[in-house]
Each structure stands twice: as C-alpha cells, then as structure tokens.
Design a protein around this ligand. Structure first.
Ligand code: SAH
Ligand code: SF4
Length: 368
C-alpha cells in the first residue's frame, strides 16, 4: 500500500509541482523560486524563517506542508570516520543513513571527502541471502521528501561536527552521494528519480550528476529507464555471483533477470552515459570466492569495460556467512588484475559503505 503522510513535505515538490500547487492557492509563481532558494540554497525548511514572504503566506504554507519528515533518533559512530544515523518516520518506521568521512591526503594539503549513503525504502523485498535489509522483509517505499530529508539531517550533523564552516561555505557539505542504504532504489523508481532531480537541478542542490551513484541488485527494465532520465549519474550493479548458478543461490532476483539480460541493460546504460559502470562483488567464504568465479567475473568486467569493487563481506547478526581471509581476498583480486581489469579491494573499516546497513533498524524494530 502506498504510504501517504498526513501533510506532504516541501521536499516532495519539484519546481513544476510547486508552481502548480502555489497557483491553486492563488500564490504568484515567482514565490516558488524564493521558497526553493530558502530550501536548497540556504537549507532552511521552516516557512517562519522565510523573511521575504508575506506573513499570511508563511502561515498558509506552514499549515499546508510538513518540514523535514525524517526525525533523527540515534547517531552511532564507528571508527573515526563513519557516522550512522537511525531515524524515525511519521508512521513509526525506522531508516538508516550513513556519513563516511574519508581523509584524503593530497599534495601538501589534507582534505576530507564526505560520502552520504541514503536509504530508499523501509526494508527490502529482494531478499538477498546475505543482507540485513532483506532480513526483516519489505515495509514500504520512501517518499521523495523522506529520501531528501536524510541529506538535511546529515548536513545538520556536519555543522555540529564543525566540518561545514571549516571546509566549505556551501550548505551541501558532502562530495558524493550513494543510494546504497536500505532498500532497492530502482524498485522505488519515481521517488528516487525525483530526489535525484532535486539534488541535481539548478533550482535544487545543484549537486553534480557524476557524484551521485545508484546501486541496484539488477532490475533490468529500470536500469534502462534510469539511463533515459537524462541525468548522467553513475551506476553500480550488485553482481556478487559471476555465473547464474552462484548468483541465483544468493540473489533471488537473478531468477527473474539472469546475468545475460542484466549485462545487456548495463551495456545500454554505459553507452548512453559513456561512463564506466561499477560491478560490486561481496566476497563471501566458500560461496563466491573461488578462482573460477574470479575468472568468470574478469570476463564480464572486460566485456563491459567495468570497474570491479571487491568488498569483503560484513557479518550480519543472525546470518551464517563469513568473509574470506585476507590472503584469499587478495588472490581473488589478483586474478582480476592480471586479466587487465580495473579492480579495488576494499580494506579500511570505515569504508564499508553499506556497513551492514539495515542492522540498526533491525535491532530497533525487534526491541520496540
Ligand atoms: N539494493 C541495492 C542497494 C542497497 S545494498 C543493491 O543491492 O545494490 C548496497 C550494497 O551493499 C550492495 O552491493 C549490497 O549487496 C551490499 N551489501 C549488503 N549486505 C552486505 C554485507 N553484509 N556486507 C557487505 N556488503 C553488503
Ligand atoms: Fe535489497 Fe540490496 Fe539488500 Fe538485496 S542487497 S536485499 S536488493 S538492499
């Protein structure tokens, strides 16, 4: 069932829909631009603070729209550079958002790069056998406003940490956005594409398309649809198995969209955007970490000119899977490298973007 909040958020609106809504309220169109400037350029979601709007209009808009629909409940810091946020939504659902701050030592200058990992659904219906988000099943899609609301909360946290003023004047204090939190973003296509529009548009955050990555477990029709939205974002595909036999064992979605069909859709996306696609490959002991899998994966990556990101599996409470030892991980990556594939093997703890995403929520929902 589609979730309808009691009041929509201003973040649910595009430039177009906001103008239409204002028109129906007999508010002149130019006010839409002013409101969007407050929201996306100044990070201000409270109508009361929008000082260039007349008082009666501010009152009417406060009655019509809710502010940020994402309510922070708990921040958890792991290591130095990963901050996980558990939030509550209007219907009592919980979601997670992660901020990863990776120090980058440049030439004579130290910089920090911030990546935000957002959720797109409450739970996930795709049931991958290794994933915490799939464990509790699917509850509902997030609205566009609930996806965008997560960025405002992260921005607030950045300001609290004192990172914003130190690094940038802008109120968008992060460098990369990844749709790798809870949920399958392409199963909530309209809200995700809408949020991307608000992130990227001139009237919105003006966030660079190349710095936005959508990760999918491989929904073939939606990968093609995403290629056609006209915003050249990056695509990451959760492959995790280089043959149908192995992939179907751990990812039920493979039975619906087997590898051959998936690769054709990825090729379509790649040609459309002329950009390297990333294949994600979690290494799980005795499941997909054989050298035969590495060889098959190398073949796929070469045919697509794709980059491969090998991610040592993060253990999830309640699941039996394990990460292979370091030697085995390195051997796997070496096969790819020697075949001429561009490959990274993730090492640093704080970099586990998924950071077994879904676990905080799982704990919260089983306690409450
Ligand atoms: N549904 C999308 C995006 C969310 S999952 C997708 O499947 O791509 C983001 C990434 O985290 C995916 O590559 C997913 O396979 C990975 N992931 C899930 N559980 C994990 C775990 N326990 N350890 C490491 N990566 C995991
Ligand atoms: Fe869903 Fe992605 Fe987890 Fe699979 S890996 S269950 S698609 S969130």
């Amino acid at each position: 069932m589609k979730f309808r909040p009691q009041k929509p958020s201003i973040l649910d609106e595009s430039a177009e829909t906001l103008s239409e809504t204002l028109k129906s309220e007999k508010i002149p169109g130019f006010r839409a631009k002013q409101i969007q400037e407050w929201v996306y350029k100044k990070g201000e979601l409270s109508f009361d603070a929008m000082s260039n709007l007349p008082g009666t209009m501010r009152e009417a808009l406060s009655g019509k729209y809710a502010a940020n629909p994402v309510e922070p409940v708990l921040w958890k810091r792991s290591g130095d550079d990963t901050h996980k946020l558990l939030s509550k939504l209007e219907d009592g659902s919980y979601i997670e958002t992660v901020l990863i701050q990776a120090p980058m030592v440049g030439v004579g200058q130290e910089k920090s790069r911030a990546t935000v990992c957002v959720s797109s659904q409450v739970g996930c219906a795709y049931g991958c056998k290794f994933c915490a988000s799939g464990l509790a099943g699917f509850k509902r899609n997030l609205t566009r406003g609930e996806i965008l609301g997560q960025f405002f909360r992260i921005g607030e946290r950045q300001a609290e940490l004192g990172e914003v003023a130190a690094v940038r004047e802008d109120h968008v204090p992060f460098d990369n956005i990844v749709f790798m939190g809870m949920g399958e973003p392409l199963a909530n296509f309209d809200a995700v594409a809408g949020a991307i529009e608000s992130l990227h548009s001139d009237w919105g955050f003006r966030f660079g398309a190349r710095r936005i990555t959508v990760s999918t477990s491989g929904l073939v029709p939606e990968i093609r649809k995403l290629a056609d939205i006209g915003i050249p974002i990056r695509l990451a595909v959760s492959l995790h198995g280089a043959t149908d036999e192995v992939r179907s064992k751990i990812m039920p979605v493979n039975r619906r969209y087997p590898i051959k069909e998936l690769l054709e859709a990825v090729q379509y996306f790649r040609e459309k955007h002329n950009r390297m696609v990333t294949l994600e490959f979690i290494l799980i002991e005795d499941i997909n970490d054989s050298l035969d899998q590495a060889t098959a994966l190398a073949g796929i990556a070469k045919s697509l000119h794709a980059h491969v990101n090998c991610i040592p599996y993060n253990t999830v409470d309640g699941l039996q899977w394990k990460r292979p030892n370091m030697r085995r991980q390195e051997k796997f990556a070496r096969v790819l490298k020697e075949a001429g594939v561009s490959v990274t093997l993730r090492r640093e703890k704080g970099h586990d973007i998924s950071a077994a995403c879904g676990q905080l929520r799982l704990k919260q929902e089983t306690v409450s």
